[in-house]
Design a protein around this ligand. Structure first.
Ligand code: UDP
Length: 314
């Protein structure tokens, strides 16, 4: 049987590159598309000589022209760190609007199944806790995170419109905080920030009082859930994440312990619209996908610390 082809936008990014690995391992032909604004060739260099892998440098916010058949389109291109939204607010809005429109058009043309990488940010600073898929969210459209949150909310809306109007077979995954190897050490997110600081004996920068919570999912658990969702029968959004919830202060203390650093904690101002709490309700994913996260935070952090150590901690 001929191999099926999957297009992965953002394929040189953190989650995208792990998806490239998974689809190549599962016997797919992988087209990895990235404009490298936040992605990196380092994440995919081990795949470059594989006959079933091709890298295409392209900005998906511009028209996408592909001659070959495509059976699956995974739209994972977007800056994904609050620091990056500050640096690239317009590319973030464009990739979640024009980019999503382009990849949906491609999926329609190729009769491909489509998956949108959405986010827990569609829930904003949530007033319902934990967050089920049925919650509509509490988002500030004009705040500094609005460029990401609203682009993803638009992405969900246009994905459903293409499903309803053009019968594109779509999936929407709402991804909660995910961490692991291939995050950029300086992307500004809390896990790489703290690990970098700990490995270099610099103070860990806790924003606010560190009482805000997040629930951290190790990347291999997420990839397993995404793979199952692609082949499950639903067009409705599905949360994927690890429901074990920690305060940022707990995370800082855990990393100080796990790295054995001499670092202390310093407090910095809480960024605007920083969600106070976040925990996925994953009942739907458990039922539909027979999935649950397996990697505990300590174990996942150990692997991630090892990855950053191997890079020289810089
Ligand atoms: N944070 C922190 N110190 C840092 C970076 C982040 O205390 O050096 C906090 C941030 O204020 C937020 C949480 O950690 O409450 C998670 O931030 P991140 O940027 O990883 O992603 P978010 O979940 O906010 O999108």
């Amino acid at each position: 049987m001929d191999k099926k082809t999957v297009l992965i936008t953002g394929g040189a990014g953190f989650i995208g590159s792990h998806l490239c690995d998974r689809f190549v391992a599962e016997g797919f032909k992988v087209l990895c598309m990235d404009n490298l604004i936040t992605g990196s060739m380092d994440n995919i260099k081990h795949l470059m000589n594989d006959n079933n892998f091709r890298f295409i440098e392209h900005n998906v916010s511009k028209f996408i022209d592909l001659g070959e058949d495509v059976h699956f389109v995974m739209h994972f291109a977007s800056p994904a760190s609050p620091d990056d939204y500050l640096k690239f607010p317009i590319p973030t809005l464009k990739v979640g609007s024009l980019g999503t429109h382009n990849v949906l058009g491609l999926a329609k043309e190729k009769k491909a199944r489509f998956m949108l990488a959405s986010t827990s940010e569609v829930y904003g600073d949530p007033l319902v806790h934990p967050q089920p898929e049925s919650y509509w969210g509490h988002v500030n459209p004009v705040g500094v995170r609005g460029c990401y949150d609203e682009a993803k909310r638009f992405s969900e809306a246009i994905t459903m419109a293409y499903h309803r109007m053009h019968k594109v077979d779509t999936r929407i995954v709402r991804i909660f905080n995910t961490y692991g190897p291939r995050m950029r050490m300086h992307d500004g997110r809390v896990v790489p920030n703290f690990i970098y600081q700990a490995l270099n004996n610099k103070p860990l920068t806790v924003y606010g009082k560190g009482r805000q919570t997040r629930s951290f999912c190790y990347v291999s658990d997420l990839v397993e859930g995404i793979f199952r969702l692609l082949f499950a029968k639903t067009n409705d959004p599905v949360n994927l994440g690890n429901p074990n919830e920690f305060t940022i202060m707990q995370l800082a203390k855990l990393l100080i312990k796990q790295t054995g650093t001499k670092s202390k904690i310093v407090y910095k101002p809480l960024p605007q619209d920083d969600p106070r709490q976040r925990q996925p309700d994953i009942l739907l994913a458990k039922k539909l996908l027979k999935w649950k996260p397996l990697i505990e935070l300590e174990e996942g952090l150990n692997t991630t610390i090892g990855y950053f150590r191997d890079l020289g901690g810089k």
